[in-house]
Design a protein around this ligand. Structure first.
Ligand code: PLP
Length: 421
């Protein structure tokens, strides 16, 4: 969705003068849709759109007229989701930079969003500096797809600005710095504002790309802190109910948007209208869900930190977490994901995973209900073992996605599962 700068459009699409929860409910609703008396958005479950006349069709193809042609190139249900996400990630940015256009393109998965974005930005001979700890498939994409295409992939601990500066100065044609904050699964924090200032001072033409899946725009908005591209796996908190695979990219650079639109159209990673509708429906309750996720995760992190069978807890909300202050500076809450290292390595982790009753043993995260998984053998298994251990993903590491159940029930479940370990 691309919002115009007309004040009436900004009000209608972005709800710029409203708070986050109001925008989550109202921004983007019915944008681009004929509005009958339906209260919620219609699902335009159609692959193609009809033309009134042959000339009408020719005008749409020649971009002499705006409208819908074919769902891979745009669909009213998808447009609603794109408008809402642009409003949630980009509202304050838009107020500070009224001349800029914040836009969003939705995808069929988080990986479609990530791969299309990097293909839109990078060319053979370019350098990509990327965070050292990333979602496994993202790292796999950099290693097995981008590298063979002649793109230099340089993993760096992006929270360490000295290391980042050295990499920025050492390599030619650095076109993108890509990172997650918090990282999956160790919850490492990168100072987005400090990183952006540094990168822009050395490489003004470099894109700063943040995977904001863990934090969501409710807790952290990278565009306000200097990034220019924000990615989501909407499969997670944005959709929130574990019913959809989806992705989205929110950006402020018109050229990136043009290239990315071609990637979406030509690689074909568009979302289905029904999936976009489900994600949009989930997104409306993001603020309510995130408040519960944060409160429950904090209680669980504090409980695990005191537990004799737990060696270490990785949760930015704990004052003992090394980057707690940095997280506090750029996030309005610490999220619902945490990892902990259990004494006794894999055998003990396996016992806990097989003993829990309320936590569901499954990968993914950000559902309203709680999930548990083992990064070394599941989500991050594709990272070579030596590399995995070097970055801290040990055999005893267990990741929790803390849901919105009654927290005492979750604590009881973990207490008894740890008793079996
Ligand atoms: N980014 C992060 C941080 C993730 O955790 C994931 C998946 O777990 C992805 C991206 C990929 O998203 P998807 O599974 O929707 O393709």
């Amino acid at each position: 969705m691309e919002a115009s700068n007309r004040p009436e459009d900004l009000k209608k699409h972005f709800y710029l003068d409203c708070g986050f929860a109001t925008r989550a409910l109202h921004a983007g609703e019915h944008v681009g849709q004929p509005h009958f008396t339906n209260h919620t958005n219609a699902i335009f479950q159609t692959s193609t759109f009809t033309f009134e006349t042959a000339k009408d069709g020719a005008d749409l193809f020649a971009a002499r007229k705006e409208g819908f042609v074919y769902t891979r190139m745009g669909n009213p249900t998808v447009l609603v989701l794109e408008a809402k996400l642009a409003a949630l990630e980009g509202c304050a940015y838009k107020l500070a930079h009224p001349e800029k256009t914040v836009s969003c393109i939705a995808f069929s998965s988080g990986m479609a969003a990530i791969s299309s974005t990097m293909m839109a930005i990078l060319r053979p001979g370019d350098t990509l500096i990327a965070g050292e700890v990333l979602y496994g498939a993202t790292e796999d994409f950099f290693r097995t797809v981008l590298q063979p295409l002649g793109i230099r992939w340089v993993p760096v601990e992006t929270s360490n600005l000295e290391l980042l500066e050295a990499a920025l100065r050492q390599h030619d044609r650095v076109r993108a710095v890509y990172f997650e904050t918090p990282t999956n699964p160790l919850m490492g924090i990168t100072d987005i504002q400090a990183l952006s200032t540094l990168v822009r001072s050395i490489r003004p033409d470099c894109h700063i790309v943040v995977d904001n899946t863990f934090a969501t725009p409710f807790l952290q908005r990278p565009l306000e802190l200097g990034a220019d591209v924000v990615l989501h796996s909407t499969t997670k908190y944005i959709g929130g109910h574990g019913t959809v695979i989806g992705g989205a990219v929110i950006m402020v650079d018109e050229e990136v948007r043009t290239h990315l639109y071609h990637m979406m159209k030509d690689f074909g990673g568009c979302p289905s209208p029904f999936d976009a509708w489900l994600v949009n429906a989930g997104l409306k309750t993001l603020p309510l869900r995130m408040r519960e996720h944060c409160a429950n995760a904090q209680r669980i992190a504090e409980f695990l930190e005191q537990h004799p069978k737990v060696d270490r807890v990785f949760y930015p909300g704990l004052p003992s977490f090394p980057q707690h202050d940095m997280a506090k500076k750029q996030m309005s809450g610490f999220g619902g994901i945490l990892s902990f290292e259990i004494k006794g390595g894999y055998a003990a982790a396996e016992k806990v995973m097989n003993s829990v009753r309320l936590f569901t043993l499954a990968v993914s995260l950000g559902c309203v209900d709680s999930l548990i998984q083992h990064p070394a053998s599941m989500t991050h298994a594709m990272i070579p073992r030596g590399e995995r251990e070097r970055i801290g993903i040990s055999e005893g590491l267990v990741r929790l996605s803390v849901g919105a159940e009654d927290v005492n029930d979750l604590l009881g479940d973990l207490e008894s599962a740890l008793g079996n370990a």
